[in-house]
Design a protein around this ligand. Sequence first.
Ligand code: FAD
Length: 539
Amino acid sequence: MKKNSLRFLQTHTNMASVISELAPDLFGEKYIDKGERMLYSLFIEAVEQVPIAISITDKKAKILYVNEEFSRVTGYQPADILGENESILSDKRTPREVYYDLWRTISSKKIWRGTLCNRHKSGEPYLSDLTIAPMLNESGAITHYIGMHRDITKTYESEKKVVNQKLLIESVINSSPIAMVVLDDQDRVILDNHNYKALVSDLDKGEPATYFLQLLREEMGDLWAQLQSKEQGFNHREFRVESKGNQRVRWFSCAGNWFVEKEVNADAFFENVSKHYLILTLTDITRQRRQMEELHIQTLKTMMAEDERVRGIRETLLGAMHQIQMPMNQIRAAEQILRHRKDDQHAGLLQILQQIQQSGEEAVVTMQKCIPEILQTAVIPINLNQILHEVLLLTNQRIWSNDIEVQWQPLAELPAILGSENRLRILFKQLIDNAIEAICESNGSEKRLKITTDTDAELIYVGIEDSGLGIPVEKRAKVFEPFYTTRPMGGNQAGMGLVMAKEIVNQHQGFIEIDPDCEQGCRFKISFPLRRQVPKGIE
Ligand code: FAD
């Protein structure tokens, strides 16, 4: 075999090597001794039967040899094609630059690999995955070319279909008005759409998926793992998202669906390895929420107006009862003195005093009965940010018309407390109304209302601070006493607002005080325990 005058490039393929060894059959038998003839026949058989289309050409691509697979792929029998140029296979759709590249490569003694558009003898086009290797003689000159090709039309079609499907899915996902993201079982983002990408910068929460997954897991607890194991989805999980230092509150509705994908790695070929993925969709429902909120605020306004009316009546009656009490006490004292004297001289007066006292007591009882009840509300988990936000909306009109600057600084993720929504709303409305009043009375250049929420391991804090005149130190304890007011009495100004505020805070096992460190204006500090038990008195 070493006597063979043909030699290939160092980079030649095994098949080219086989063909080279078969060269004596193709180019004369003068070098072949008898002992090697059997081996050559074997090689020829192998090349004939190998399942890849092989052709050998001269330097100008004139076909000298084709194997059986070549005939099967192209439709040409050796008799049809031997002596023809390989260009007979061209569908004439392959760009000329491809042929220039092909010839430039093979004429510089290199192997060329590429895809050409060929035409079957029947006229049917097909895609040819072609490798051409030059064959060199002993002096290194090209003598022949060997071409090996496969029909890859079907593979190409399926690859293209997959790519097209992927592009279609991507364009559908991208055109969706909903933010979508696909996460693997390590919560890593595998695929996302434009709307999701926009959230990354809009929300200021790092990776939005991580943020929402945490909220979902916290809210759903064990249910999360149950749904995941059964590949059951979830939807309509709504979350309020507050950006730090930003007044804009957004609402998102989350839905998710798990799906399983078979692994495509080589090491998973013989094993049925699969991976769980989650498609998470995040719908911005802020607009709908705002509309609902507006409706809610209208309802609240009506409720609060009714509540204020009731409180007005309560306070007026309580005030009247309080005022009656003083003369009643005096009459009772006078009556007791007269009774102790036991003389007949004042019997008439004693009787009159007793009658006055009796009718006074009856009047008090009647008034007591007339005091309207404040409506009870259910005890539920409450987000104080939400309540304060609502109260701010309720007082919006007054805040705007008085040109007050509101500094609303809620803690983004405030834990819920158990309590009565209605009562807490009354509490904060009272404190904010007082603050607005104080700001308006002060005539100062600064008109500022600052509301903050915060938490630590045990308590939730609310701060309501105004830039008004403040409350002098000596009066700070008194403002929580009944019927004490720094303003003229009348209507709602009966000095019962802070008494009621304190009562509501107490019912929630909280604490209210005027911040002694507040130097300008007044700052009410309210704290509520984080305990998850129903507060006493509001069951
Ligand atoms: P051509 O005029 O044949 O060639 C176009 C350009 O290629 C020319 O302008 C020239 O720059 C260059 N060129 C052509 N022949 C040579 C040459 N002998 N030396 C240097 N440069 C040259 N083509 C297919 O379409 N399908 C195939 O399956 C295919 N298989 C081939 C297998 C082998 C082993 C070889 C060597 C070539 C193969 N070709 C194949 C290429 C084919 O020979 C043609 O070059 C091509 O089909 C373009 O033909 P054409 O008539 O359009 O242009």
